[in-house]
Ligand binder design. Structure first.
Ligand code: FES
Length: 387
């Protein structure tokens, strides 16, 4: 693990920002009625109870919008747990944001969905844990949650929201991909993300169980293509595979500090939702304006451009395509946030990926860790439900 990168004061940092933060992710709360073992929230949940107030969030929205931000995602945890959600949505719409609610649906009622419509909410993204009710309820550790999600999906359509469904695909549910597509079609979804889990936060803790094998991924992709070939209308399916099996890294966040700004429940401003794991000190919106943070904070400037890049990125003719990959992944896998993302086969650490993927499907221990540390899920219980 590297020591903290040396930090300079805001005033001494000339900006390297060339674009404003177009996409603002407001993580309103880390509290959540579900406890999914692949949650991307931090494993350290200490910020849960120190949330920004309504007026502090409004200040963040105003400042980001003044800089040119256009998209605002309300996320969590479960954003429905904030009683001021409708007020925040209305304020964001008044400022001219395109607003998206990213929700498990638990806590939604018809009254609230109508109020959110009145507030001007543009878009709802609803997550499912499985197309199988028992597996869904077990993975989220919430009884009857599948039934509630079905009801919410119907309300989303009844209130004329565009509906994106999100299914987190893992080794536990990848074999049911056809059932997932059938359910999505029945629910009249507009878009469906079949998103193989990315290994950050709790998902990193549970990676050995969650990572599908390469042959499972190939079979799933074939099933999706067969389904698409037979479709005449219906949802658009997007299959997102884990980059662990790739030879080039993803252009994470479209490049550090170019497009995305995440604000966590306690007001930390981050270039990506996972960045708190890095040995950098991040600023807080309570202490500084969004513009000051975006343009002058050391942490935002640190990985902008290519001055920071090591070999082989520095001289690579693809560095403008992938920006050296993901800083959080480089840190998680090598202990050094400055290294080339090991997914890249030019990286001296690429052998790590084979060591990890060779273990997919072997499940060395018998339990998944829930998002809270209170309970574990016996993997066998899920397997018994899915065979
Ligand atoms: Fe943090 Fe990729 S998730 S840079």
């Amino acid at each position: 693990m590297t020591s903290k990168a040396s930090q300079a004061t805001e005033a001494s940092q000339p900006t390297k920002a060339t674009t404003p933060p177009l996409w603002l992710l407001a993580e309103l709360t880390y509290q959540c009625p579900l406890h999914c073992p692949y949650c991307s929230n931090p494993v350290n949940m200490e910020e849960t109870f120190n949330e920004l107030s309504t007026s502090q969030w409004k200040k963040v929205f105003r400042e980001a919008r003044e800089m040119g931000a256009v998209q605002l995602g309300f996320s969590g945890g479960e954003p429905l747990l904030r009683k001021d959600l409708e007020e925040l949505v209305a304020y964001a719409r008044e400022l001219g944001f395109y607003t998206n609610l990213i929700t498990s649906g638990i806590g939604m009622t018809e009254k609230r969905i109508a109020k959110l419509k009145d507030a001007g909410l543009d878009h709802i993204q609803l997550s499912f844990q499985s197309a199988n009710a028992d597996v869904n309820d077990l993975i989220g550790n919430k009884r009857h949650s599948f039934k509630q999600k079905l009801n919410i999906a119907k309300l989303v359509k009844a209130y004329n929201y565009p509906m994106v469904l999100n299914f987190c695909i893992t080794a536990q549910n990848i074999r049911e991909i056809e059932e997932v597509m059938t359910l999505s079609t029945e629910l009249k979804a507009d878009f469906v993300e079949l998103a193989t889990v990315q290994y950050y936060g709790w998902a990193y803790e549970n990676r050995e169980h969650l990572l599908p094998t390469q042959s499972q991924l190939v079979e799933a992709e074939q099933a999706i293509n067969r389904y698409r070939d037979q479709q005449s209308g219906g949802p658009k399916f997007m299959f997102v595979t884990p980059d662990y099996y790739e030879n080039r890294p993803k252009a994470c966040m479209n490049g550090w500090g170019t497009t995305f700004l995440t604000v966590t429940p306690d007001g930390s401003a981050l270039p990506c939702h996972s960045a708190k794991i890095l040995p950098l000190t991040f600023p807080n919106v309570k202490d500084s304006s969004v513009q000051n943070i975006w343009e002058h904070d050391f942490s935002f400037n640190h990985f902008r451009g290519d001055d920071w890049m090591p070999s082989p990125c520095k001289t690579c003719d693809e560095k403008d395509k992938d920006f050296g990959g993901c800083r959080c992944q480089a840190f998680l896998l090598t202990g050094d946030m400055h290294k080339t993302d090991p997914v890249c086969d030019k990286s001296p650490d690429h052998h790590l990926m084979k060591t990890i993927t060779d273990k997919a499907g072997q499940q060395a221990s018998s339990t998944l860790k829930f998002r809270t540390v209170k309970n574990n899920i016996p993997v066998k219980m899920i397997q018994d439900l899915t065979v």
